[in-house]
Write a protein that binds this ligand. Structure first.
Ligand code: MRU
Length: 354
């Protein structure tokens, strides 16, 4: 068990086609840094569902490797059928982050292009594809960081919500990449991390990651953001995204929408940082984005303690949608999308998607 250094990758593949997916169990952070091994699709499914691995890009990568573990022992005659079953199954783990479906579609398409090939060859090709999805994410997050850092200035206070850092991606993050890159350019930031009720990704993961990298971070409760803004401590907000519709409406962790409303009320720019794979141009607006509802016990029994009366009614949506009009710009690897409009998204993202 490691408890200090952040030198473990969020997730990694160990071995050849018969190898396994190893990932940091994020439910144990920040007090324990421990990896788990996934040798079958059910373990990957459970890891995604229970947020051992979470964050839109990271669950896409995990699902791609999940397909590879699911095909262990496949024969020439059943490998493609098993690929389909594995993709359908892994797609049921979580509904909101589109990167999950994007990665599975990519794996399925590669498999379909290998009709009639021996199972060993199909499996090797699929592992290569999962590795490519993983490596692409590393490169893309650095691009997002480089492009987004231009929007931040030395000495600024920056607020973020949930965790869109290395733990939510291959290793560098999206929203946090912007901060990491700004710091690498010599800009000094004061970051405010919302704790992010109910599962505390901000407190457990973002505050931990920023501390590990020596970045000035202050943890606040979600309900403190307005006061912190009114006191003039925040000059920009940067968050990640789970799915962005064609008009720019953006789903992200529950509470993001409130932060965007507060930012507008205080005249603070609200930025979203996300890869092109997080855009879902098949959806006209955010109204069509499926919002995951999670176990009420996350609210009534958070982290093992009962904090609500037995039997109380609970509503627990895990994501909300920030309307495009509240977003000053979206930072992706293809550039800065500003204004956030259907036309601008089609211009910047449409070509990359085609
Ligand atoms: O429920 P989670 O922890 O998977 O939610 C994660 C978020 O909302 C992130 O902000 C988003 O996935 C972007 S990660 C780069």
């Amino acid at each position: 068990v490691k408890t200090t250094a952040a030198d473990l990758p969020t997730l990694r593949w160990v071995g050849d086609s018969d190898g396994c997916l190893t990932l940091i169990d994020q439910t144990l952070l920040p007090t324990e840094l421990r990896e788990i091994e996934c040798h079958d699709a059910a373990t990957v499914w459970e890891a995604i569902k229970s947020l051992r691995v979470r964050g839109a890009p990271a669950i896409g990568i995990a699902a791609a490797y999940g397909v590879c573990v699911a095909l262990r022992g496949a024969s020439d005659s059943d490998v493609l059928a098993r690929l389909d079953t594995a993709c359908d199954y892994l797609a049921t783990s979580r509904p909101t982050a589109v990167n999950l479906f994007w990665a599975l579609d990519r794996m399925r398409a590669v498999g379909q292009s290998m009709q009639g090939k021996p199972a060993a060859q199909v499996r090797a090709r699929l592992l290569a594809e999962a590795r490519a999805i993983h490596a692409d994410d590393q490169r893309i997050c650095r691009e997002i960081g480089r492009i987004g850092a231009e929007l931040l200035c030395d000495g600024q206070g920056v607020l973020t919500h949930c965790n869109a850092g290395g733990l939510a991606t291959a290793d560098y993050g999206t929203a946090l990449a912007v901060m990491f890159a700004a710091e690498e350019q010599g800009k000094r930031l004061r970051v405010f991390a919302d704790e992010t009720r109910p599962l505390l990704q901000g407190a457990r993961l973002t505050a931990w990651e920023l501390q590990q990298r020596g970045i000035d971070v202050t943890l606040i409760c979600d309900s403190m953001a307005a006061q912190v803004m009114r006191e003039g401590r925040v000059q920009a907000v940067v968050t990640g995204a789970d799915r962005i519709a064609a008009n720019g409406d953006t789903a992200n962790k529950i509470g993001t929408y409130s932060v965007a409303v507060l930012a507008e009320a205080h005249g603070i720019p609200f930025y979203v940082a996300a890869p092109v794979s997080t855009f879902d141009l098949t959806l006209d607006s955010g109204e069509q984005i499926p919002i995951e509802e999670r176990d009420p016990r996350e609210i009534t029994h958070g982290f093992g303690r009962e904090t609500a009366p037995a039997g109380v009614k609970v509503y627990n949506p895990a994501f909300d949608v920030t309307p495009a009009r509240l977003i000053a710009a979206i930072i992706c690897e293809a550039g800065v999308i500003r204004p956030v409009s259907r036309e601008q998204i089609a211009t910047v993202v449409g070509q990359r998607k085609a």
